[in-house]
Design a protein around this ligand. Structure first.
Ligand SMILES: [Zn+2]
Length: 244
């Protein structure tokens, strides 16, 4: 299997699984100095190998004659900041994107599997699609292997494109579970001690992407972790409150 045929197959699966519609979504794979990426303006469900283009880390075209994905900047930002990142999938999974449109990440620790796999799935602030603002909006969240993008969709990052695809499938699956648990009333999050145990276990398994950012049992919050931007905003808020 070539990198190009892998990307074609993942595009087909994303479309078949309703994780993208129309011309949405993009897929990239880093292979040495080359970054293979899907073109813009084509349905990713029906790509051919010759549609896939290759660029360098600065976005210069190396191979192919189609226009690179409009989200190329976001993919390059990830590769520049994460040496271990070999594949990136961006999609608009409907339930997970619903959470992102409601201003919510998938941060409740509800299933052990999800805590092990993701740590947590945070929400990055909104940036206009295809702009540098969107690319920059995710910089503070790159320790995670899946991130929701406010009012937009989701990205997953992995060591190969099949794994990045499966992460996207799991993000949507977990969004559905979280939605149902919340619709049924009061979701019972895992106790913080259990989350800590799972964190120790995932370290043993060699998974070192982001940890849950907070742990709470009901109203009893045990700990919070903040991104730099969130911490700066929090401190600014406190200073404003004290000063004003
Ligand atoms: Zn998008």
């Amino acid at each position: 299997m070539s990198v190009k045929s892998d990307i074609v197959e993942i595009g087909r699966r994303l479309y078949a699984k309703n994780l993208i519609s129309g011309y949405e979504g993009n897929i990239s794979v880093r292979d040495g100095e080359k970054i293979y990426i899907t073109p813009s303006g084509l349905c990713k469900g029906f790509l051919k190998e010759e549609d896939i283009i290759a660029i360098d880390i600065d976005g210069n075209l190396i191979e192919g004659n189609k226009k690179p994905s409009s989200e190329t900047q976001m993919h390059l930002t990830i590769y520049k900041n994460r040496e271990d990142a070999k594949a990136v999938v961006h999609a608009h999974p409907p339930v997970a994107t619903g959470f992102a449109c409601a201003g919510l990440g998938l941060e409740q620790s509800l299933t052990a599997e999800t805590v092990l796999m993701f740590g947590t799935i945070p929400l990055a602030p909104y940036g206009t699609p295809s702009t540098e603002k969107l690319a920059n909006s995710i910089v503070d969240y790159l320790e995670y292997n899946a991130v929701l993008l406010a009012n937009h969709g989701a990205i997953t990052i992995a060591e190969n494109v099949e794994k990045a695809y499966f992460l996207m499938e799991q993000v949507e699956h977990y969004a559905k579970i979280t939605l149902v648990a919340n619709l049924l009333g009061s979701p019972k999050t895992l106790p913080c001690e259990e989350v800590d145990t799972l964190m120790a276990l995932r370290q043993k398994m060699g998974i070192d992407t982001g940890m849950p950012r907070f742990c709470s049992t009901g109203s009893d919050v045990k700990y919070y972790r903040f991104s730099k931007e969130e911490l700066v905003n929090l401190i600014k808020g406190i200073i404003d409150e004290l000063g004003g």
